[in-house]
Write a protein that binds this ligand. Structure first.
Ligand SMILES: [Zn+2]
Length: 262
């Protein structure tokens, strides 16, 4: 009898060979380049555990579903309308697309988490539109996000800001566009969970305005006050050591599973 953690190869002759390419694609989509480097050798040697294969397929299915939703719903979102009392030049800037190759690439690389966040926003009745100058989507809703807004993929969940002009919004939109860049790069390296994991880990060590992702995105644009003190280090050092120990164990366990198929 095959146990849930038995190597896939044990499920029958050629099982893993038959699904080799879908699994490799799932590894890349679900775990990014670093994850795929760890897992692909096990797929090639037909020593991948069923459990790990299931995780890969679930992550890849989530990515695929999100990307599909982004194409179907996100692409059809109307261009955000400028505030009622915008000066003419600013109103035009608000609605003029400035798509570049990187904007399109960023949208493609973050399509998975963006689509899943779009589903969440739609369920909460958000008003979704596309901010033309940087191609990011905006979901305006009353609650359901952290701080003054949360960037997921290239969708910004936030509250309506009817009184802010284009000029008022430029620093904030630049800040959020950098978060979309971070989502894209982290997604390529470690899959769709990489950015939220890295951000949360950094937040534990360096919260709020000390967070390195916030600093990279620009503190003033994000509405943070630039701190004049470094974060307290002792407690954070303990958390770092704990996190590193946990990561080391998880990494070892993953290596063991991928090499022995257990
Ligand atoms: Zn931010």
């Amino acid at each position: 009898m095959i146990t849930p953690s038995a190597p896939l190869a044990a499920a029958g002759p050629g099982t893993l060979r038959r699904y080799r390419w879908p699994l490799m694609t799932a590894a890349l989509a679900g775990l990014g380049v670093f994850g795929a480097v760890l897992v692909v050798p096990a797929i090639v040697r037909r020593r991948l555990s069923r459990r790990l294969a299931a995780v890969l397929l679930i992550l890849a299915a989530a990515q695929g579903t999100g990307a599909l939703v982004t194409v179907v719903m996100g692409m059809r979102a109307p261009i955000c309308r400028p505030p009622t009392f915008s000066p003419p030049g600013q109103a035009a800037a608000y609605t003029t697309r400035q798509d570049t190759l990187w904007v399109s690439t960023r949208q493609a690389l973050t399509a998975g988490p963006t689509g899943l966040a779009l589903i969440y926003a739609q369920v909460r009745g958000a008003d979704v539109c596309r901010f033309a100058p940087n191609g990011n989507l905006i979901a305006r809703m009353d609650t359901g996000y952290a701080r003054a807004g949360t960037m997921i993929g290239h969708l910004f969940l936030t509250y309506p800001k009817p009184d802010l002009t284009y000029e008022d919004l430029v620093p904030l939109t630049q800040h959020e566009a950098r978060h979309a860049d971070q989502w894209a790069v982290a997604g390529v390296l470690g899959g769709p969970m990489a950015f939220p994991a890295a951000y949360t880990a950094d937040e534990l060590l360096a919260p709020g305005a000390h967070n390195h992702f916030e600093r990279h995105a620009g503190l003033t644009g994000g509405g943070y006050t630039v701190p004049d003190q470094p974060p307290r280090t002792l407690g954070r050092l303990a958390i770092t050591l704990l996190a590193l120990t946990f990561l080391r164990q998880a990494f070892r366990r993953l290596r063991r599973r991928t090499h022995r198929g257990k």
